[in-house]
Design a protein around this ligand. Structure first.
Ligand code: ATP
Ligand code: MG
Length: 417
């Protein structure tokens, strides 16, 4: 028997002109990286698809689970490879369909190699008739239904072998990893920012993460381990990532001491953006991401978001701005961050929470509210105490390494209010 293969179909939309080679190269790299540690004989590209030939001993379900998280894939399937003759194709179609439960089915054929004698329609009708007879002979009540069949058996005639499969799985969609540039994501321990990160990774961005944590909590109780677990959960989408960890309580204390109470949360956010921006530059990231959703909490009214942004020089993307919490939570469940974010942790923001937070601040008001603070010194203080955790995807396991405080000199580039 020939080795099992995974057939991978990608989205056509992003295959524009000269970009084609670039995107397909990145997708091929992503497939290789995703399958690290699993025996792969080769990855080929006959026609508009990738065919991954697994080694004899390869754990097939594990390989399929890895491909599930590769962005840029429209659908994929474990397929049988057979010689390019109708007899072998019919036999494989039967073996594929035999164990599936369905009452209606169709055969879909695609002939990428036009030198094959039969047309797609001919293949469909020959294989369809063969299956119908075999299924009926086996006592099954089935009929052919071309529109909305319960099961579909696919036949693809490539320049190499013929591929036959009946269990097609929707892929992760989006664009291949690391095709859209770098962005810095402000990652709290909550649900939203991890989902925001996922959306941008899905568009091909490579993310670094910045997490601000309260230093007052006991070890294991701060949000640090939650942020770390979230980053770890997201790493398989992009294969490596940096998580910058910034102790935030000393900065919050200064804000509490020197700024009006009702602006506190907004000023926390401005400090987060400023520090994240310097770290972004360090990583050559060109923009920032947050998990804000319009009107979700007081700090996320339209005016407050704009007032917060006036402290940033980089563009701040908010991929969840127009989504409901229910939609966000559904995505969090899908990508496996929900349970991590549900863990109790000591969030830095609620401490010193104002009784009456401002709902309609302006940039000028926040500038004024910060006037007694030495903003550049606070940014530098944050950067000096920042530690770095680096994650590397290595197939079945994700390695991480923590580096001690990064040393920064006061930077002239720091945005001051
Ligand atoms: P999430 O929004 O992720 O559920 P949250 O509800 O605790 O977490 P919000 O108060 O809604 O956070 O904060 C809005 C956004 O600000 C977050 O999505 C995140 O991008 C950023 N943010 C808040 N707190 C932190 C933090 N401690 N570290 C890094 N970013 C943060
Ligand atoms: Mg939120």
């Amino acid at each position: 028997m020939s080795n099992p293969v995974i057939v991978v179909h990608y989205h056509e939309v992003w295959l524009k002109g000269r970009n084609r080679r670039f995107f397909l190269g990145k997708l091929s790299t992503a497939l290789r990286q995703a399958l690290q540690g699993i025996p792969v004989v080769r990855i080929e590209k006959p026609g508009d698809r990738f065919v991954v030939t697994l080694g004899d001993s390869a754990p097939q379900q594990e390989a399929m689970a890895r491909v599930e998280r590769v962005f840029g894939i429209a659908f994929y399937a474990l397929a049988r490879t057979v010689e390019r003759n109708m007899e072998a194709i019919c036999q494989a179609a039967w073996e594929e369909s035999e164990s599936l439960r369905f009452e209606s089915f169709a055969v879909r054929a695609k002939r990428s190699d036009k030198s094959f004698l039969q047309s797609s329609m001919e293949i469909e009708s020959v294989v369809g008739r063969y299956l119908l007879e075999k299924l009926k002979a086996a006592g099954r009540t089935v009929k052919v239904r071309l529109k909305d069949p319960e099961a579909t058996c696919y036949v693809e005639i490539t320049s190499g072998p013929a591929l036959v499969y009946a269990r097609k799985i929707p892929g992760a969609g989006g664009l291949p990893a690391n095709t859209a540039g770098r962005i810095m994501c402000l990652l709290s321990g909550g649900y939203d920012s991890a989902v925001a990160a996922y959306h941008m990774m899905k568009r091909g961005a490579h993310l670094s993460f910045a997490h601000f944590y309260g230093s007052g909590a006991k070890p294991g109780e701060s949000s640090l381990h939650v942020a770390s677990a979230l980053a770890r959960q997201l790493v398989p989408y992009q294969f490596h990532a940096k998580l910058y960890r910034i102790p935030f309580e000393p900065i919050q204390r200064e804000i509490v001491r020197y700024a009006p109470e009702n602006y506190r949360v907004l000023l926390y956010r401005r400090m987060m953006l400023r520090i994240a921006e310097v770290l972004a530059k360090r990583d050559r990231a060109l923009a920032l991401i947050t998990g804000d959703s319009l009107g979700q909490v007081a700090s996320q009214t339209l005016r407050n978001l704009i007032a917060v942004d006036s402290a940033a020089r980089m563009v701040v993307f908010r991929p969840l701005i127009g989504t409901d919490k229910m939609e966000i939570l559904a995505t969090a469940r899908k990508i496996g961050t929900y349970d991590i974010s549900s863990e109790p942790f000591h969030d830095c923001c609620p401490i010193f929470l104002p009784r009456m937070p401002a709902l309609y601040a302006s940039g000028e008001e926040l500038d004024e509210a910060e006037s007694k603070l030495d903003v550049p010194a606070l940014v530098t203080q944050g950067l000096r105490s920042t530690t770095l955790e680096q994650f590397h995807y290595q197939g079945a396991e994700i390695k991480s390494e923590v580096f001690p405080a990064l040393q920064y000199r006061a930077s002239r580039n720091i945005a001051t209010a």
